[in-house]
Ligand binder design. Sequence first.
Ligand code: ATP
Ligand code: MG
Length: 426
Amino acid sequence: MAKIQAIRGTRDILPEEVGYWQHIETVASTILSNALYQEIRTPIFEETSLFERGIGEATDVVGKEMYTFMDRGDRSLTLRPEGTAGVVRSFIQHNLAASGGVQKLWYKGPMFRYERPQAGRQRQFHQIGLELLGSRDPRADVEVIALATDILSTLGLKNLSLSLNSVGNGEDRQRYRDALVSYLTPYKDQLDADSQDRLNRNPLRILDSKDQKTQEICQNAPSILEYLGEDSQKHFEQVQQLLNDLGVSYQLNPSLVRGLDYYTHTAFEIQSADLGAQATVCGGGRYDGLISQLGGSETPSIGWAIGMERLVLLLQKLQTTPVLVPDFYIVSRGEKAEAQGFVLAQKLRNAGLKVELDLSGSAFGKQFKRADRSGAIACIILGDAEAENQTVQLKWMATQEQVSLLQAELLSQIDDLKQQLTRHKK
Ligand code: ATP
Ligand code: MG
């Protein structure tokens, strides 16, 4: 029979890799909790119209990349291609605005886009994202940007660059849009097909084109920064000042755009120089118009999303392998010894220690080999003699030093044991 394979564009995250994922999630949730962001978990599928209205029909994501299907009740549903729309739907539905002040939320989980699979680009991929809802203060913009850079630098990532832009408010963008269209129209025939199509529908997205000729033409296009009104300019200057105050470096990139009407002011991306073509690890921006667009009351907000797969690729390159290593590996043989070793394992685990219990029942030699391979800091050995005397042999793997002690002693000296483990860690 033909073996069933994982769907193209999806991957299993195997045990050898999952340590990276858990490490990233722990670092992110710690940093986000310190800033009092709370996790929110929304469904993986939603009504298709949520994404059409929440991301925009003129985008690639909605136009070409969505996994949309009819369910058995003839409803059009879509596997979420990103997290913001669902969070905003939930925010409106549960009237989270009523609890007053700003809402600071984060999420993690799988997203789905029908794209051409390649390194760092999949059809099921994963994001960690956050949304700060209910503040138009430039400090909010910089807080969320700094949370992203904190997470990335705590993970030990280097060679990152932050690109920053402002797309202003609706009026600014309308004036800019007109200027851009008049600049591009004479070149229309030389633009790539997608960009020609966007010239009337969504011209700002043309700046984002990956086509070389289109990029060349765009190089001399007018800059949105010259079209910002006074308020937008002031907001953007404050954002830059606060980034300077925090010592976060950035480059201005006037062609970094979000093409839809409800995106406003700050847009940013963090790229890695170590990733090749799929270089963007984090993308975000302000969306002051989105919540009212989706039927809520006007709620200025800002958020970002980090692509997990690309972070994992970077961490693998750094080889900071956060593998799961036991503190103790228990080797036992003989009926009594095995029963005592089993109880010991449970008690040590309950005391917060990482304990591997060899269940093979094979000869001591084989069990020792596995203990070595596991990277355990120490080995706890029980044979017939130890079982008889209620003792164990405790062997520190790095020094090979071995002591005999009572099982009761071992369990009553957990704090001391933990200190010894720290000393023996390589
Ligand atoms: P790209 O230009 O790489 O397609 P995007 O603008 O579509 O990115 P966003 O919607 O801003 O991406 O998503 C935020 C982050 O999620 C990206 O910076 C990237 O790290 C990650 N991401 C997006 N699409 C994919 C995908 N298909 N596979 C893996 N990661 C992805
Ligand atoms: Mg994309």
